[in-house]
Design a binder for this molecule. Structure first.
Ligand SMILES: C[S@@+](CC[C@H](N)C(=O)[O-])C[C@H]1O[C@@H](n2cnc3c(N)ncnc32)[C@H](O)[C@@H]1O
Length: 331
């Protein structure tokens, strides 16, 4: 398996790291992407302007891919994570065959570079991960069942999920919070005749929330995500579950009509930026359910949405996360 590596794109779901004032690392390569029997050459101690040189040398010697842990810091709720400068850097170069002596000599000829070579123990990371993902009740008798397992006999309502590289196994607190808020709204707060006929899930990931809304009686569900891989995974999951979900690439701006129900489990800073658009895309008297809000930011989120035409109706806290159900004030 080859690793596309020239890109230094940091592509980790924001939820892994969205706490304010916390340092965090993002890796450009997932463990599942490392081919079996991989050799890893680590280079440290280089100057910032030497990175290109390392890349050139590496790929002249059949490097299969490279990765770098980049230290980011997030200072404010606006969630503009910044790369920390003046931090020691280390690049890892991946080889599918034992790296040549020429490569090592060339790297080691720069005296200030620290070069190390390691063989990665072959491991099937995906199988390892799958062992820990089991069926569980998401909410109100609706179970999440990994697509490679059979549902427990007694379970009537099932959402089968194969997450692939998308967020949305149902195990994260933010997903569980929004699932409970959706369930509460659609089964307790609303008369069955009032269940919206159409809804949208913004930041749909695997499509877990979109499929939950289908289970709870919403006839038409639109799932939008800015990550093409999530769109693909969501479509695949909808098919596995034999459900009609309209899964498209995009975000709230792509909704061309206002809806009676919109849900979004993203992160607080992004949700705040999207507030004016949510105001346009939720019908007066309709509902907006948000999750991915850190407890420490909840007053800010509440204030922003109350100033954007919404009234807080319900909220739910789990560990450090809070989710909120808002009703759009009648004009
Ligand atoms: C935390 S995951 C939620 C996945 C799933 N809905 C769940 O609740 O488990 C957030 C998702 O939002 C997507 N996303 C991030 N920013 C977005 C934006 N501005 N518009 C739409 N989707 C976005 C990410 O690609 C990711 O799939």
């Amino acid at each position: 398996m080859s690793i596309d590596s020239h890109s230094k794109s940091v592509n980790v779901c924001a939820m892994d790291s969205n706490s304010s004032n916390k340092n965090f690392l993002r890796n450009t390569i997932e463990p599942t992407q490392i081919a079996p029997k991989t050799y890893v050459v680590s280079v440290a101690g280089f100057h910032d302007d030497e990175e290109e040189l390392i890349t050139t040398i590496a790929f002249e010697h059949q490097c299969a891919g490279m990765s770098e842990d980049l230290p980011f810091i997030q200072e404010s709720l606006e969630w503009e994570a910044k790369l920390q400068s003046n931090q020691p850097r280390k690049i890892q170069l991946f080889y599918e065959h034992e790296p040549s002596a020429e490569l090592l000599n060339e790297l080691r000829s720069r005296n200030h570079w620290c070069v190390e070579i390691n063989e990665v123990v072959p491991k099937d990371w995906l199988s390892e991960w799958k062992k820990g993902y089991n069926s569980f009740e998401l909410v109100g008798g609706i179970w999440i069942v990994p697509s490679w397992l059979t549902a427990p006999k007694e379970v009537q309502k099932v959402i089968k999920i194969d997450p692939g590289m998308a967020f949305g196994t149902g195990t994260h607190e933010t997903t569980q919070i929004v699932a409970s808020l959706i369930f509460d709204l659609l089964t307790k707060k609303l008369n069955p005749r009032e269940i919206p006929s159409v809804s949208a899930d913004i930041g749909s990931g695997t499509g877990v929330l979109a499929m939950l809304m289908k289970h709870l009686g919403v006839s038409k569900v639109l799932a939008l995500d800015i990550d093409p891989e999530c769109v693909r995974v969501c479509r695949e999951n909808a098919e596995i579950n034999n459900m009609q979900i309209d899964s498209q690439l995009g975000s709230i701006e792509q909704l061309n009509e206002s809806l009676p129900l919109v849900v979004a489990n993203i992160v607080d800073g992004i949700l705040i930026k999207m507030a004016p658009e949510f105001n346009k895309k939720v019908l007066p008297g309709g509902f907006l359910i948000l999750s991915g809000i850190l407890c420490e930011n909840r007053e800010d989120v509440k204030r922003v949405f109350e100033n954007s035409g919404f009234q807080l109706k319900n909220q739910l806290i789990k560990t450090e996360w809070v989710g909120m159900t808002f009703e759009k004030i009648l004009a």
